[in-house]
Design a protein around this ligand. Structure first.
Ligand SMILES: [Zn+2]
Length: 384
Protein backbone atom coordinates (compact mmCIF):
# COMPACT_ATOMS: atom_id res chain seq x y z
CA UNK A 1 0.00 0.00 0.00
CA UNK A 2 2.59 2.54 0.97
CA UNK A 3 6.21 1.98 0.30
CA UNK A 4 8.08 2.94 3.38
CA UNK A 5 10.93 5.28 3.17
CA UNK A 6 13.08 2.98 5.21
CA UNK A 7 15.55 4.95 7.15
CA UNK A 8 18.23 4.09 9.54
CA UNK A 9 20.96 5.81 11.38
CA UNK A 10 24.56 4.98 11.19
CA UNK A 11 27.32 5.48 13.64
CA UNK A 12 30.90 6.51 13.67
CA UNK A 13 31.70 3.07 12.31
CA UNK A 14 30.41 3.85 8.88
CA UNK A 15 32.32 7.07 8.74
CA UNK A 16 35.68 5.42 8.99
CA UNK A 17 34.64 3.18 6.20
CA UNK A 18 33.93 6.20 4.10
CA UNK A 19 37.38 7.61 4.50
CA UNK A 20 38.83 11.00 5.13
CA UNK A 21 37.17 14.17 4.03
CA UNK A 22 37.94 17.76 3.38
CA UNK A 23 36.75 20.32 5.83
CA UNK A 24 33.45 21.74 4.80
CA UNK A 25 32.78 25.39 5.28
CA UNK A 26 30.12 25.37 7.94
CA UNK A 27 28.38 28.51 9.06
CA UNK A 28 26.48 28.98 12.31
CA UNK A 29 22.76 29.10 11.64
CA UNK A 30 21.47 29.29 15.17
CA UNK A 31 22.73 28.92 18.71
CA UNK A 32 20.31 27.06 20.95
CA UNK A 33 20.45 26.15 24.61
CA UNK A 34 23.02 23.32 24.59
CA UNK A 35 23.36 22.79 20.86
CA UNK A 36 24.24 24.79 17.78
CA UNK A 37 22.90 24.39 14.28
CA UNK A 38 25.36 24.64 11.39
CA UNK A 39 24.61 24.86 7.70
CA UNK A 40 26.67 24.69 4.57
CA UNK A 41 27.75 28.07 3.22
CA UNK A 42 25.27 29.31 0.65
CA UNK A 43 22.62 26.71 1.51
CA UNK A 44 19.32 27.52 3.18
CA UNK A 45 18.51 25.54 6.30
CA UNK A 46 15.04 24.96 7.71
CA UNK A 47 16.04 26.11 11.19
CA UNK A 48 12.49 25.91 12.52
CA UNK A 49 12.26 22.22 11.62
CA UNK A 50 15.58 21.47 13.33
CA UNK A 51 14.48 23.41 16.41
CA UNK A 52 11.18 21.55 16.56
CA UNK A 53 13.01 18.21 16.65
CA UNK A 54 16.29 18.87 18.41
CA UNK A 55 15.00 20.98 21.33
CA UNK A 56 12.62 18.24 22.55
CA UNK A 57 15.19 15.57 21.67
CA UNK A 58 17.88 17.33 23.69
CA UNK A 59 15.64 17.51 26.75
CA UNK A 60 14.59 13.86 26.37
CA UNK A 61 18.21 12.67 26.25
CA UNK A 62 19.25 14.79 29.24
CA UNK A 63 16.33 13.39 31.24
CA UNK A 64 17.82 9.92 30.87
CA UNK A 65 21.59 10.45 30.72
CA UNK A 66 22.05 13.70 32.62
CA UNK A 67 23.20 17.08 31.30
CA UNK A 68 25.53 17.27 28.31
CA UNK A 69 28.98 18.50 29.20
CA UNK A 70 29.76 19.92 25.77
CA UNK A 71 27.75 21.98 23.35
CA UNK A 72 26.43 19.64 20.61
CA UNK A 73 27.14 20.52 17.00
CA UNK A 74 24.28 19.71 14.65
CA UNK A 75 25.12 19.97 10.95
CA UNK A 76 22.27 20.26 8.48
CA UNK A 77 22.93 18.36 5.30
CA UNK A 78 21.10 20.33 2.68
CA UNK A 79 22.40 19.16 -0.65
CA UNK A 80 24.01 16.19 -2.28
CA UNK A 81 27.12 18.30 -2.55
CA UNK A 82 27.28 18.93 1.18
CA UNK A 83 26.53 15.26 1.78
CA UNK A 84 29.57 14.35 -0.24
CA UNK A 85 31.75 16.97 1.39
CA UNK A 86 30.74 15.78 4.81
CA UNK A 87 31.67 12.27 3.72
CA UNK A 88 28.06 11.23 3.78
CA UNK A 89 28.37 9.41 0.55
CA UNK A 90 25.78 6.97 1.80
CA UNK A 91 23.40 9.57 3.08
CA UNK A 92 20.45 10.63 0.95
CA UNK A 93 20.74 7.55 -1.20
CA UNK A 94 18.56 4.52 -0.83
CA UNK A 95 20.64 1.42 -0.59
CA UNK A 96 19.81 -2.20 -0.98
CA UNK A 97 20.83 -3.96 2.20
CA UNK A 98 21.48 -7.66 1.56
CA UNK A 99 18.74 -9.80 3.09
CA UNK A 100 16.90 -6.81 4.50
CA UNK A 101 15.71 -4.51 1.76
CA UNK A 102 15.96 -0.84 1.11
CA UNK A 103 17.36 1.52 3.67
CA UNK A 104 18.33 5.10 3.69
CA UNK A 105 20.86 6.63 6.02
CA UNK A 106 19.36 9.80 7.37
CA UNK A 107 21.87 10.99 9.88
CA UNK A 108 24.92 10.02 11.83
CA UNK A 109 27.03 11.05 14.74
CA UNK A 110 30.75 11.49 14.14
CA UNK A 111 33.48 11.40 16.70
CA UNK A 112 36.40 13.23 15.22
CA UNK A 113 38.60 16.25 15.51
CA UNK A 114 37.91 17.79 12.13
CA UNK A 115 41.46 17.20 11.01
CA UNK A 116 41.32 13.76 9.45
CA UNK A 117 37.57 13.55 9.36
CA UNK A 118 34.52 15.64 9.99
CA UNK A 119 34.09 17.64 13.17
CA UNK A 120 32.55 15.82 16.08
CA UNK A 121 28.84 16.19 15.98
CA UNK A 122 25.60 15.20 14.36
CA UNK A 123 25.09 15.29 10.61
CA UNK A 124 21.45 15.12 9.64
CA UNK A 125 19.56 15.20 6.42
CA UNK A 126 15.95 15.30 7.60
CA UNK A 127 15.33 16.78 11.03
CA UNK A 128 12.94 14.09 12.20
CA UNK A 129 12.41 14.05 15.98
CA UNK A 130 13.20 10.34 16.40
CA UNK A 131 16.41 10.81 14.44
CA UNK A 132 17.32 13.79 16.61
CA UNK A 133 16.86 11.75 19.79
CA UNK A 134 18.78 8.82 18.34
CA UNK A 135 21.79 10.90 17.34
CA UNK A 136 21.75 12.91 20.56
CA UNK A 137 21.98 9.63 22.49
CA UNK A 138 25.16 8.89 20.52
CA UNK A 139 26.47 12.36 21.29
CA UNK A 140 25.83 11.96 25.02
CA UNK A 141 27.22 8.40 25.20
CA UNK A 142 30.38 9.62 23.47
CA UNK A 143 30.80 11.92 26.47
CA UNK A 144 30.18 9.39 29.21
CA UNK A 145 31.12 5.93 27.91
CA UNK A 146 33.04 6.08 24.68
CA UNK A 147 34.02 2.41 24.60
CA UNK A 148 30.78 0.50 24.92
CA UNK A 149 29.97 -2.40 22.64
CA UNK A 150 28.23 -0.83 19.67
CA UNK A 151 25.06 -2.94 20.10
CA UNK A 152 24.45 -1.42 23.54
CA UNK A 153 24.90 2.14 22.30
CA UNK A 154 22.74 1.57 19.22
CA UNK A 155 20.18 -0.29 21.31
CA UNK A 156 19.72 2.64 23.67
CA UNK A 157 19.64 5.09 20.76
CA UNK A 158 16.97 3.04 18.96
CA UNK A 159 14.93 2.51 22.11
CA UNK A 160 14.80 6.19 23.03
CA UNK A 161 14.48 7.28 19.40
CA UNK A 162 11.21 5.39 19.08
CA UNK A 163 8.37 7.58 20.21
CA UNK A 164 5.90 10.31 19.41
CA UNK A 165 6.38 14.07 19.34
CA UNK A 166 3.49 15.57 21.26
CA UNK A 167 3.78 19.33 20.88
CA UNK A 168 7.26 20.00 22.20
CA UNK A 169 7.61 16.84 24.23
CA UNK A 170 9.14 13.57 23.06
CA UNK A 171 7.12 10.62 24.38
CA UNK A 172 9.27 7.49 24.33
CA UNK A 173 7.56 4.31 23.20
CA UNK A 174 10.53 1.99 22.75
CA UNK A 175 8.87 -0.82 20.77
CA UNK A 176 10.38 -0.48 17.30
CA UNK A 177 8.34 -2.35 14.70
CA UNK A 178 10.75 -2.64 11.79
CA UNK A 179 13.39 -4.61 13.73
CA UNK A 180 10.68 -6.84 15.19
CA UNK A 181 9.58 -7.83 11.71
CA UNK A 182 13.09 -8.25 10.32
CA UNK A 183 14.36 -10.26 13.26
CA UNK A 184 11.31 -12.51 13.07
CA UNK A 185 11.86 -13.16 9.40
CA UNK A 186 15.49 -14.11 9.60
CA UNK A 187 17.28 -16.20 12.16
CA UNK A 188 20.87 -15.06 12.04
CA UNK A 189 23.58 -17.69 12.00
CA UNK A 190 25.79 -17.72 15.12
CA UNK A 191 28.78 -16.52 13.17
CA UNK A 192 27.07 -13.35 12.00
CA UNK A 193 25.50 -12.70 15.40
CA UNK A 194 28.89 -13.03 17.10
CA UNK A 195 30.47 -10.63 14.65
CA UNK A 196 27.76 -8.01 15.10
CA UNK A 197 27.86 -8.31 18.90
CA UNK A 198 31.60 -7.72 18.88
CA UNK A 199 31.48 -4.53 16.83
CA UNK A 200 32.87 -1.42 18.45
CA UNK A 201 32.10 2.10 17.29
CA UNK A 202 35.43 2.40 15.52
CA UNK A 203 35.23 -0.91 13.61
CA UNK A 204 34.55 -1.20 9.95
CA UNK A 205 31.21 -2.79 9.21
CA UNK A 206 29.22 -3.61 6.13
CA UNK A 207 25.94 -1.83 5.55
CA UNK A 208 24.11 -5.01 6.52
CA UNK A 209 26.08 -5.33 9.76
CA UNK A 210 25.38 -1.71 10.48
CA UNK A 211 21.65 -2.26 10.09
CA UNK A 212 21.80 -5.45 12.14
CA UNK A 213 23.68 -3.87 15.02
CA UNK A 214 20.81 -1.37 15.32
CA UNK A 215 18.16 -4.11 15.23
CA UNK A 216 19.93 -6.55 17.53
CA UNK A 217 21.01 -3.85 19.93
CA UNK A 218 17.48 -2.56 20.11
CA UNK A 219 16.01 -6.04 20.73
CA UNK A 220 18.45 -6.77 23.57
CA UNK A 221 17.98 -3.38 25.19
CA UNK A 222 14.20 -3.68 24.91
CA UNK A 223 14.33 -7.00 26.78
CA UNK A 224 16.68 -5.60 29.41
CA UNK A 225 14.27 -2.71 29.88
CA UNK A 226 11.32 -5.07 30.28
CA UNK A 227 13.24 -7.13 32.81
CA UNK A 228 14.46 -4.18 34.89
CA UNK A 229 11.28 -2.11 34.60
CA UNK A 230 13.43 0.98 34.03
CA UNK A 231 16.16 2.04 31.65
CA UNK A 232 18.89 0.95 34.00
CA UNK A 233 21.74 1.94 31.66
CA UNK A 234 24.40 2.44 34.34
CA UNK A 235 24.10 -1.14 35.40
CA UNK A 236 24.11 -2.36 31.79
CA UNK A 237 27.22 -0.34 30.97
CA UNK A 238 29.01 -2.12 33.81
CA UNK A 239 27.62 -5.56 33.05
CA UNK A 240 28.23 -5.57 29.29
CA UNK A 241 31.42 -3.57 29.04
CA UNK A 242 33.23 -6.72 27.93
CA UNK A 243 30.40 -8.02 25.79
CA UNK A 244 27.47 -10.42 25.92
CA UNK A 245 27.29 -14.15 25.20
CA UNK A 246 25.55 -15.32 22.04
CA UNK A 247 23.17 -17.44 24.09
CA UNK A 248 22.08 -14.56 26.24
CA UNK A 249 21.73 -12.26 23.23
CA UNK A 250 19.64 -14.83 21.38
CA UNK A 251 17.36 -15.45 24.33
CA UNK A 252 16.75 -11.74 24.78
CA UNK A 253 16.17 -11.13 21.07
CA UNK A 254 13.69 -13.99 20.88
CA UNK A 255 11.74 -12.75 23.86
CA UNK A 256 11.54 -9.28 22.35
CA UNK A 257 10.26 -10.40 18.96
CA UNK A 258 7.83 -13.00 20.38
CA UNK A 259 4.09 -12.81 19.78
CA UNK A 260 3.58 -12.65 23.56
CA UNK A 261 5.60 -9.45 23.80
CA UNK A 262 3.71 -7.99 20.86
CA UNK A 263 0.38 -8.87 22.49
CA UNK A 264 1.46 -7.30 25.77
CA UNK A 265 2.57 -4.16 23.94
CA UNK A 266 -0.74 -3.89 22.06
CA UNK A 267 -2.47 -3.70 25.45
CA UNK A 268 -0.94 -0.25 25.75
CA UNK A 269 -3.53 0.93 23.23
CA UNK A 270 -5.86 0.73 26.26
CA UNK A 271 -3.69 3.00 28.40
CA UNK A 272 -5.57 5.85 30.10
CA UNK A 273 -2.75 8.16 28.94
CA UNK A 274 -3.52 9.43 25.43
CA UNK A 275 0.15 10.04 24.69
CA UNK A 276 0.98 6.42 25.47
CA UNK A 277 -1.77 5.37 23.07
CA UNK A 278 -0.42 7.70 20.37
CA UNK A 279 3.16 6.51 20.82
CA UNK A 280 2.06 2.87 20.80
CA UNK A 281 -0.08 3.23 17.68
CA UNK A 282 2.65 4.93 15.72
CA UNK A 283 4.48 2.44 13.53
CA UNK A 284 2.27 -0.58 14.24
CA UNK A 285 1.49 -0.95 10.53
CA UNK A 286 5.08 -1.95 10.00
CA UNK A 287 4.68 -5.17 11.98
CA UNK A 288 2.48 -6.55 9.20
CA UNK A 289 0.70 -8.48 11.88
CA UNK A 290 -2.93 -9.52 12.03
CA UNK A 291 -2.99 -9.09 15.79
CA UNK A 292 -1.82 -5.50 15.43
CA UNK A 293 -4.46 -4.61 12.83
CA UNK A 294 -7.22 -6.21 14.92
CA UNK A 295 -6.05 -4.33 18.00
CA UNK A 296 -6.06 -1.08 16.03
CA UNK A 297 -9.64 -1.70 14.87
CA UNK A 298 -10.75 -2.49 18.44
CA UNK A 299 -8.99 0.62 19.65
CA UNK A 300 -10.68 2.84 17.06
CA UNK A 301 -14.07 1.59 18.28
CA UNK A 302 -13.43 2.60 21.86
CA UNK A 303 -11.34 5.76 21.25
CA UNK A 304 -12.80 9.16 22.21
CA UNK A 305 -9.81 11.38 21.52
CA UNK A 306 -9.93 12.79 17.98
CA UNK A 307 -6.18 12.85 17.40
CA UNK A 308 -5.57 9.36 18.77
CA UNK A 309 -8.40 8.05 16.62
CA UNK A 310 -6.73 9.43 13.50
CA UNK A 311 -3.38 7.90 14.50
CA UNK A 312 -5.04 4.51 14.95
CA UNK A 313 -6.87 4.75 11.63
CA UNK A 314 -3.80 5.85 9.67
CA UNK A 315 -1.78 2.93 11.00
CA UNK A 316 -4.60 0.48 10.28
CA UNK A 317 -4.86 1.88 6.77
CA UNK A 318 -1.12 1.62 6.17
CA UNK A 319 -1.08 -2.00 7.38
CA UNK A 320 -4.33 -3.10 5.76
CA UNK A 321 -3.11 -3.99 2.31
CA UNK A 322 -0.19 -6.07 3.52
CA UNK A 323 -1.87 -8.19 6.14
CA UNK A 324 -4.07 -11.18 5.52
CA UNK A 325 -7.06 -10.55 7.75
CA UNK A 326 -9.71 -12.89 9.03
CA UNK A 327 -13.12 -12.56 7.33
CA UNK A 328 -14.48 -10.84 10.38
CA UNK A 329 -11.69 -8.25 10.48
CA UNK A 330 -11.99 -7.68 6.73
CA UNK A 331 -15.71 -7.02 7.04
CA UNK A 332 -15.29 -4.43 9.71
CA UNK A 333 -12.10 -2.84 8.34
CA UNK A 334 -13.59 -0.08 6.16
CA UNK A 335 -16.69 0.59 8.29
CA UNK A 336 -14.28 1.22 11.17
CA UNK A 337 -11.46 3.08 9.41
CA UNK A 338 -13.57 5.33 7.13
CA UNK A 339 -15.57 7.18 9.76
CA UNK A 340 -12.40 7.66 11.82
CA UNK A 341 -10.75 9.39 8.88
CA UNK A 342 -13.81 11.29 7.73
CA UNK A 343 -14.77 12.64 11.15
CA UNK A 344 -11.21 12.99 12.32
CA UNK A 345 -9.95 16.34 13.42
CA UNK A 346 -6.38 17.52 13.86
CA UNK A 347 -5.42 20.88 15.31
CA UNK A 348 -2.53 21.48 12.95
CA UNK A 349 -4.02 22.98 9.76
CA UNK A 350 -1.49 21.27 7.46
CA UNK A 351 -2.15 17.90 9.08
CA UNK A 352 -5.89 18.48 8.88
CA UNK A 353 -5.58 19.20 5.16
CA UNK A 354 -3.53 16.03 4.67
CA UNK A 355 -6.21 14.09 6.53
CA UNK A 356 -8.94 15.48 4.24
CA UNK A 357 -6.71 14.67 1.27
CA UNK A 358 -6.22 11.13 2.47
CA UNK A 359 -9.92 10.54 2.80
CA UNK A 360 -10.72 12.05 -0.62
CA UNK A 361 -7.92 10.16 -2.32
CA UNK A 362 -9.67 6.93 -1.45
CA UNK A 363 -12.99 8.37 -2.53
CA UNK A 364 -11.45 9.25 -5.88
CA UNK A 365 -12.25 12.93 -5.45
CA UNK A 366 -8.65 13.45 -5.42
CA UNK A 367 -6.62 16.61 -5.13
CA UNK A 368 -3.78 14.80 -3.53
CA UNK A 369 -2.49 11.25 -3.91
CA UNK A 370 -2.80 9.03 -0.88
CA UNK A 371 0.99 8.96 -0.78
CA UNK A 372 1.22 12.76 -0.56
CA UNK A 373 -1.50 12.81 2.06
CA UNK A 374 0.30 10.23 4.15
CA UNK A 375 3.49 12.29 3.98
CA UNK A 376 1.59 15.13 5.63
CA UNK A 377 0.63 12.75 8.44
CA UNK A 378 4.10 11.29 9.02
CA UNK A 379 4.07 12.20 12.69
CA UNK A 380 1.45 9.51 13.25
CA UNK A 381 2.93 6.55 11.41
CA UNK A 382 6.56 7.04 10.43
CA UNK A 383 9.00 5.22 12.63
CA UNK A 384 12.19 6.66 11.37
ZN1 LIG B 1 22.83 4.86 15.71
Amino acid sequence: MIRARFSLRTSAAMLLLLGAVGCSAWRTVEVRDGWTLYGEKGQAVDAAAFRASFDPGYRAVERVFGPFSENVRVHAITSDKSAVEASMRDVRTIQEVPGIGRARVQAYHARGDGVFGPMTGIYADAPEPGTAVHELVHARIAEIAADLPLWLEEGLACFLGDGFLDGDEWIVDGYACWPVRELREQRLPDKELVRVLKLAAADEASVRENVLVHFIGWAIVFDLRQEAGTLDWKQWFARYKKGISVDEARLRIERTVSRDTEAAWLERLKSPDRRTRLATAKGLWKLRSRAAVESLLDAIDREDDAEVKVALAVNALAAGGDVKLTDDARDRFWPTVWPALRRGHLNDPAEQEALRGLYSSYRRRTQMSSQQALEGLRRYWAEE
